[in-house]
Design a protein around this ligand. Structure first.
Ligand SMILES: [Zn+2]
Length: 226
């Protein structure tokens, strides 16, 4: 039977060595309802300054709708308590020594929000690790990636957080994360280059020290891209 992970380990996995700049316990300092009410009030102020008529049927509920979306969905990953419930399994089917052929890569579609403009970045994450004595459910890897995506983010930090969190859970550093994403702030404003995409690459452990493992990861990820 897999044993549940300790609270301290989950906290470490949710915080990582590349933490999002948040005030300590800021997210848990208010109830969900308090947060939604306060954000809605501010959003209403922004819309009024823009000259929008909040008495219009179509706009009337927008402040509350945006506030609930921030708290419950797109920024829900600011709450450490929302870290996915992860269990690890003993990898009994394999010998302990890692081999290049046993690299596991999960492809995850992600939507995150650039912390400079709070507009979407949309892309694909390739999350790889070498199973040793423990393996992690593939759906859990998707959940971890989406948990960190549900924050105001930098693509570089998102890659590092996913990788570092996974390394913490697995208890070893052999992880790699590559994210290719398009940023709405580049497409819709500034240079308005709708063809642009950014790739970020986080490696640690064997993926950092071995060009062979790094190449295997990149080749396999390329093979999974559509
Ligand atoms: Zn931006």
């Amino acid at each position: 039977m897999p044993k549940p992970l300790s609270k301290a380990l989950i906290k470490k996995a949710a915080t990582t060595r590349f933490p999002t700049p948040i005030l300590p316990d800021a997210f848990s300092a208010h109830t969900r309802e308090e947060k939604i009410a306060a954000i809605a009030r501010h959003m209403k102020g922004i819309m009024e300054v823009l000259g929008l008529d909040l008495k219009n049927d179509s706009l009337a509920q927008t402040p509350e709708r945006v506030a609930a979306m921030y708290v419950d969905e797109i920024f829900a990953g600011l709450d450490i308590e929302a870290f996915p419930n992860v269990t690890l399994f003993e990898d009994q089917g394999h010998e302990v020594a890692p081999t290049i052929g046993r690299l596991v890569i999960t492809r995850v579609n992600i939507v995150s929000f650039c912390e400079h403009h709070l507009v979407p970045m949309i892309g694909t994450a390739y999350v790889g690790y070498l199973p040793k004595d423990k393996i992690i459910g593939l759906s859990k890897i998707s959940r971890i990636a989406r948990y960190f995506a549900a924050r105001p983010q930098l693509q570089e930090r998102l890659s590092a957080q996913i990788g570092d969190s996974l390394a913490t859970l697995l208890g070893h550093p052999d992880v790699a994360v590559m994210i290719k994403a398009q940023h709405s702030c580049v497409i819709a404003r500034g240079t308005k280059d709708e063809a642009s995409a950014t790739t970020t690459f986080f490696t640690s452990g064997i993926f950092k020290t071995s060009a062979e493992y790094r190449k295997e990861f990149v080749d396999m990820s390329r093979g999974m891209a559509d």
